[in-house]
Design a protein around this ligand. Structure first.
Ligand code: ZN
Length: 255
């Protein structure tokens, strides 16, 4: 089975930036049956609210990876909503419009319910690309102003039903995050984040359906074999495994 990994950081705090390192990453990925990885960028190198010049550096690195890998790497455009709609739009136009990136990545600049998100959603809608939002259980934590809880990401999806949202980190979102995502047809959850948790993949497929769960690893924070085999070893149908590991991502990315 060929596999698409929708959540990786081939460059992570500058590691992986050299061409030899890219080749090694691709070799490891191919050994696991992976045919494409989505690079979300080295998102925290400049802190959680990067400036426009920082975003250009990070997104240009992703463009370099796409070129060097001859399309093995698929790019998502990393943006900071707090820079305002004009700046967000310029970077999305540059990366998605000119360089062929296939999605938008949001990390920790602001919470998914911040009004500044409108600029990102307008850009995503016009370019017809999905938005991958970092999400992790944030109840009772003071960092909620910038760190999106799964319920915040689900609220975003509810507010923008014509934009496709990828809620990152099934493990970080947990059973509660899956419950929050029920009935939101424009939202899929990626399976990255943390070690495998017994029953969680099965629960997500049961509650959301096999079209709304998509494989991601968060490489190099997590390794490919562990993240793939948590799906291959799950108690779900062969057809559902095919959907999670390949077909859903192929549809989201237009591959
Ligand atoms: Zn990540």
């Amino acid at each position: 089975m060929s596999i698409i990994d929708i959540h990786t950081h081939p460059v992570f705090f500058n590691d992986g930036i050299k061409p030899a390192e890219t080749r090694l990453m691709i070799k490891h990925a191919r050994q696991q049956g992976i045919e494409h990885v989505v690079s979300l960028g080295d998102v925290l190198r400049y802190g959680r609210t990067p400036k426009s010049e920082h975003l250009r550096i990070l997104n240009d690195e992703t463009a370099g990876l796409i070129q060097r890998s001859r399309g093995f790497v698929v790019g998502f455009c990393y943006v900071n909503p707090l820079l305002g709609e004009k700046a967000v739009r310029a970077e999305v136009d540059r990366c998605v419009g000119e360089k062929g990136f296939r999605g938008i990545k949001l990390e920790l600049s602001c919470n998914a319910t911040n009004p500044a998100m409108a600029g990102v959603m307008h850009a995503a809608r016009e370019h017809g690309v999905p938005v991958l939002q970092h999400s992790w259980n944030q109840l009772y934590k003071s960092s909620r102003s910038f760190h999106s809880d799964p319920e915040d990401t689900c609220a975003l999806a509810k507010e923008w039903p014509d934009v496709r949202i990828i809620m990152a980190h099934l493990t970080g979102s947990g059973f509660r995050g899956v419950r929050a995502a029920r009935g939101l047809d424009n939202l899929v959850v990626d399976t990255s984040g943390g070690g495998p948790e017994n029953g969680l993949i099965e629960y997500a497929v049961e509650q959301l359906g096999e079209r709304r769960v998509v494989y991601g690893s968060d490489y190099p924070i997590r390794d490919f074999p562990c993240c793939i085999n948590r799906i291959k070893g799950a108690d779900i149908s062969a057809r559902a495994k095919q959907r999670l590991l390949h077909d859903n991502a192929a549809e989201l990315l237009g591959l």
